[in-house]
Design a protein around this ligand. Structure first.
Ligand SMILES: *Cc1c(COP(=O)(O)O)cnc(C)c1O
Length: 397
C-alpha cells in the first residue's frame, strides 16, 4: 500500500501541476437559478443541466414526497427479482410516448444505458460507427462490445459515409451520435445520418441527453426537430438533465431491441432499480410536458435573449441550436481567470479547456434554463460585459 500511495500522490500532484485538478464547489441550496455556495455568496447559476427548471419544481417535489409516503424509500432489488413497481412501468411508458417509440427501459443513469446497450445487441460480426465527440459513456459502452469500431470527425458526413463503405461487409452496422454535443451546443445532422443509414443499410442510435427537452418545436428532441420519427432505432437519454435532474437513464426504441436489453443488458440486470420517488417524479415531469410547452418556450426565449445580447456586446459565440452557449476565449488560463472574475460578480460559470475541448479552444460554457428570469440574464450579461472589457476580450466602447 505504501508504494501505491506514493504512486497516487505523485499522479495527483502531476494533475495539479498540469492545472487539471478538479475542485468541487459546495452548494448549500437546491439547484435553481440562484444558488448559495458554502462561503455564503449567492450567485446566478449558468452551469446546470436544469434545462426546463424542473430540478426544484414544486410538482416534482410533491410527486416524490407522495411516492416516499406511499412506497417508501428504496427497492433493495434489481428489476427482474423484486425491483419492478407499477411506477417503473408507467415511467417507461411515458418515456416511449414522449419519443414515440415502442418501448423504453430504465437504468440507474444514462451512463449505464450507454454502457449496456451495445454488448447485448452486437458482436464481432458487426460495426459501430461513432462520432468523435460522443459522450464518454458511449465510448465506454462501445469498448465493452466486440463489434468493429469506426469513428468519424464531429458531424462529418463524408467521413461517416467512408466508414459505412468500409463497414459494408459487417453483418449489422449502427451509427451512434449525441443529439446535441455538450461543449459546442451544435445539433447532430440526424436527418443526413438517417439518409446515409438507409443508403448503407445501417441502424441509428441517438443519445438525447442534451437534446431532449431542448431541441425540436416543443422540445421532444432530434426526431421532432428533423422529423426523423421511425428512422431512429435507438434513443438513450437521462432523467438527470431536462427531466428533473435527479438520477436515472433510459433506452427507448423498437420493441425487440428493448426486449433483448431486458434479457441481456448487464447494468439493467445487475444494478438496483431506481427509487419509487424518482420514478413518480419522472412520471410527473413527462405529464407536465404533455400538458404544456411553456417551459420549453421560456428556455428557448432565454437562449435567444442571451445570445443576441452577447453577440451585440461583441462576444464570440459558437452558433448554438440548443440551450448550450459557448463563449469563446481560446486561451486556457484566460478562461479560468474569466470564470473566477464572473464569480466575484455573482455569476457562476465554468471555463473549459484542453483536454475537455480541443487545444486552443478554451471557452466559458453557459447553459440557459427555463428557471432563469430576465433580470438573471441581464445581470449575467452585464457581468460578462464588465469582465470582458476588463480582460480586453471585447472593446471598451
Ligand atoms: C450527461 C450525459 C450522459 C450521462 O447521463 P447520466 O444519467 O448522468 O449518467 C450520457 N450521455 C450524454 C450525451 C450526456 O450528456
Amino acid at each position: 500500500m505504501k508504494k501505491f500511495q506514493e504512486y497516487l500522490k505523485s499522479e495527483l500532484a502531476a494533475i495539479e501541476t498540469a492545472g487539471l485538478y478538479k475542485n468541487e464547489r459546495i452548494i448549500v441550496t437546491p439547484q435553481q437559478a440562484i444558488i448559495r455556495i458554502a462561503d455564503g455568496q449567492e450567485v446566478i447559476n449558468l452551469c446546470a443541466n436544469n434545462y426546463l427548471g424542473l430540478s426544484n419544481h414544486p410538482r416534482l417535489i410533491q410527486a416524490a414526497q407522495t411516492a416516499i409516503n406511499e412506497r417508501g424509500y428504496g427497492m433493495s432489488s434489481v428489476r427482474f427479482i423484486c425491483g419492478t413497481q407499477d411506477l417503473h412501468k408507467e415511467l417507461e411508458a411515458a418515456i416511449s410516448r414522449y419519443f414515440r417509440t415502442d418501448d423504453a427501459i430504465l437504468y440507474a443513469a444514462c451512463f449505464d444505458a450507454n454502457g449496456g446497450v451495445f454488448e447485448p445487441l452486437f458482436d464481432e460480426r458487426d460495426a459501430i460507427i461513432s462520432d468523435a465527440l460522443n459522450h464518454a459513456s458511449i465510448i465506454d459502452g462501445v469498448r465493452l462490445c466486440k463489434a468493429q469500431r469506426f469513428r468519424y470527425a464531429n458531424a462529418d458526413m463524408d467521413e461517416l459515409e467512408n466508414c459505412l463503405k468500409t463497414a459494408r461487409s459487417q453483418r449489422f452496422r449502427i451509427i451512434v451520435t449525441d443529439g446535441v454535443f455538450s461543449m459546442d451546443g451544435n445539433v447532430a445532422p440526424v436527418d443526413k445520418i438517417c439518409s446515409l443509414a438507409e443508403q448503407y443499410d445501417a441502424l441509428v442510435m441517438v443519445d438525447e441527453s442534451h437534446s431532449a427537452g431542448v431541441v425540436g418545436r416543443t422540445g421532444r428532441g432530434v426526431s421532432e426537430h428533423f422529423n426523423t420519427y421511425g428512422r431512429i432505432d435507438i434513443y438513450t437519454g437521462t432523467l438527470g438533465k431536462a427531466f428533473g435532474g435527479a438520477i436515472g437513464g433510459f433506452t427507448a426504441g423498437r420493441q425487440e431491441i428493448i426486449a433483448m436489453l431486458r434479457q441481456r443488458s448487464r447494468p439493467y440486470l445487475f444494478s438496483n432499480s431506481i427509487p419509487p420517488a424518482v420514478a413518480k417524479a419522472g412520471i410527473e415531469a413527462f405529464k407536465m410536458l404533455d400538458e404544456s410547452d411553456a417551459l420549453h418556450h421560456r428556455q428557448q426565449e432565454n437562449v435567444r435573449y442571451f445570445v443576441d445580447r452577447m453577440l451585440a456586446a461583441g462576444f464570440d459565440i459558437k452558433p448554438t441550436q440548443s440551450a448550450i452557449c459557448a463563449v469563446m476565449l481560446y486561451d486556457a488560463k484566460l478562461s479560468q481567470t474569466f470564470a473566477d472574475r464572473m464569480l466575484d460578480e455573482g455569476i457562476y460559470v465554468v471555463g473549459f479547456y484542453y483536454p475537455v475541448v480541443p487545444q486552443g479552444q478554451a471557452r466559458i460554457r453557459v447553459q440557459l434554463s427555463a428557471a432563469h428570469e430576465q433580470p438573471h440574464l441581464d445581470k449575467a450579461i452585464e457581468a460578462f460585459v464588465k469582465v470582458g472589457k476588463e480582460l480586453e476580450i471585447i472593446r471598451n466602447t
